[in-house]
Design a protein around this ligand. Structure first.
Ligand code: 21W
Length: 238
């Protein structure tokens, strides 16, 4: 049985996460004692009178770099030997479902450090960061929303986080390695738009086979990269 997962987020924009953490499954998981959230603002760890969190890059160049002192102080205020420190960074490793599974199982304390401006002083990364993660190939203004994405994907995997009628992970997209098959519900005809006849056949073997074919066709069309059957995906999309 899992102990409570502590999740701290260090960000200059805690307001971007506050609403998210107080809504929906995050709120429920916290109320149920599965997870405990903390928000820390590096600005609160500054000691100069202007509360400086960033400065110009040595060597020149555009933008600003997040300074060591406030980030070290913020991280060290919550870090224990059991913490995993994760930097949200456009140069990080691409986030995968397997990472969410790992975070939900292997650690009792996650600390997400969100960058801003042009990045974070490398000494923070070298001294305190265990891994760097990106959520995809597009440019955000800061790491706060990316941390929300990781937290959402992780918390829903905590035992007891899904309500009744929880879907087994095995059946889900990205765990099977395929995209999902198309789904339909009542009515059987809407504005002349019909539901595929096979779904009314009652032949569960045939329905299963049709769904697998649909999932495969969709994956070939939209995400051929997922079908690279080398085992590289760590999945079994048969
Ligand atoms: C955007 C930070 C651009 C830095 C060295 C010299 C976290 C993110 C972020 C941001 C730069 C993620 C540079 C997908 C994202 C994030 C803010 C550029 C330029 N470095 N996943 N010059 N996309 N973004 N640094 O943007 O913090 S995870």
């Amino acid at each position: 049985m899992r102990e409570v997962l502590k999740v701290d987020v260090i960000t200059l924009f805690p307001g971007m996460l506050k609403g998210f953490l107080e809504e929906s499954m995050m709120k429920r998981a916290a109320k149920a004692g599965l997870v405990e959230f903390g928000l820390l603002n590096p600005r609160d760890f500054t000691t100069d009178k202007h509360n400086t969190t960033d400065d110009r890059p040595f060597g020149g160049g555009p933008g600003m770099v997040m300074k060591c002192e406030p980030l070290f102080a913020a991280i060290e205020s919550v870090r224990t030997p059991e913490s995993r420190v994760i930097l949200m960074s456009p140069s990080g490793a691409p986030f995968k479902q397997a990472d969410a599974e790992r975070f939900s199982k292997d650690w009792k304390h996650l600390i997400f450090v969100c960058g801003h401006y042009e990045g974070v002083d490398q000494r923070v990364i070298d001294a305190l960061v265990d891994e760097e993660i990106s959520i995809g190939d597009y440019v955000l203004t800061n790491g706060a929303l990316s941390a929300a994405v990781i937290i959402d994907a992780t918390v829903r995997l905590l035992p007891g986080a899904l309500g009744a009628g929880a879907i087994a992970t095995e059946e889900e997209s990205f765990s099977s390695g395929l995209l999902e098959y198309p789904q339909y519900t009542r009515p059987p005809e809407f504005r002349g738009l019909e539901v595929p006849e096979i779904l009314f056949s009652g032949d569960h073997g045939k329905i299963e086979k049709w769904r697998r074919e649909q999932a495969l066709k969709r994956t070939e069309e939209r995400r051929p990269d997922l079908l690279n059957n080398s085992g590289e995906n760590g999945e079994n999309n048969a």
